[in-house]
Design a protein around this ligand. Structure first.
Ligand SMILES: *Cc1c(COP(=O)(O)O)cnc(C)c1O
Length: 220
């Protein structure tokens, strides 16, 4: 049997990613059939960026898939995926953490999260500023949320051809992660790297890459 293009791209990525770097297949805007092909090729970790789409795909697909949410968080939509989501990577405020706590408790679950940190030069990208994330972690207030488990940080580099700038941004996030990890050794996840910049992210010791268009092709 010849491999589907999706299976072939997943195999190519797995070959190139160092051991210990988790591959999140970003399936936003992709049809169920494309996700099934990735699943058939052994992929179990997927990410979506819209609440409703995530809920629909979760309902339609095998239940051993782990779903991450990576989109802009709307606090009134958390309840849509709180019953099943395995990680929310795009947590950009303390208010969002409080909402996740409430919804996780309602569902009798603990939800893993990453704090999204704003490292790019663009204004549009959301998240904590690095100093805010550091202050928030130092405050210990996140420990008062028993149903939320902070696992680490997520970031997106500037969309630019300037590879030096992208590398600098990833290195800055890695350095922040190291500082936080020195007082919180249970932080184990640094999510950075997408289709166009994952080699630079991995060079800066990302532990998780989020790759969509390379695996699935352009989003319709
Ligand atoms: C869409 C998206 C990705 C994947 O982007 P590709 O360039 O298609 O690999 C990764 N992370 C986030 C937060 C995204 O929104």
């Amino acid at each position: 049997m010849t491999k589907s293009p999706i299976a072939a791209r997943l195999a190519e990525l797995r070959e190139q990613l160092p051991a210990g770097v988790q591959l999140v297949a970003v399936s936003k805007f992709q049809p169920i059939e494309a996700i099934r092909q990735a699943y058939a090729a052994g992929q179990r970790l997927f990410a979506e960026s819209r609440a409703q789409e995530l809920a629909e795909k979760h309902a339609a697909l095998p239940k051993d898939i782990q779903w991450h949410f990576i989109g802009t968080m709307q606090t009134n939509k958390v309840k849509v995926y709180a019953p099943f989501v395995s990680m929310i990577q795009s947590v950009g405020s303390e208010k969002s953490l409080q909402v996740i706590q409430k919804e996780a408790l309602k569902n009798g679950r603990t939800i893993d999260v990453l704090l999204e940190v704003h490292i790019a030069a663009e204004r549009s990208k959301s998240g904590f500023f690095p100093a805010e994330a550091e202050e928030y972690i130092a405050s210990g207030r996140w420990r008062e949320l028993p149903n939320v488990r902070v696992r680490g940080l997520m970031g997106m580099a500037t969309f630019t051809d300037d590879t030096m700038q992208v590398s600098r941004e990833f290195s800055a996030l890695r350095a922040l992660f190291e500082r936080l990890k020195s007082s919180h050794p249970d932080f184990d996840t640094l999510s950075m790297g997408m289709t166009d910049d994952w080699p630079a992210a991995v060079a800066a010791r990302s532990t998780m890459v989020r790759i969509g268009s390379f695996i699935f092709g352009d989003r319709s």
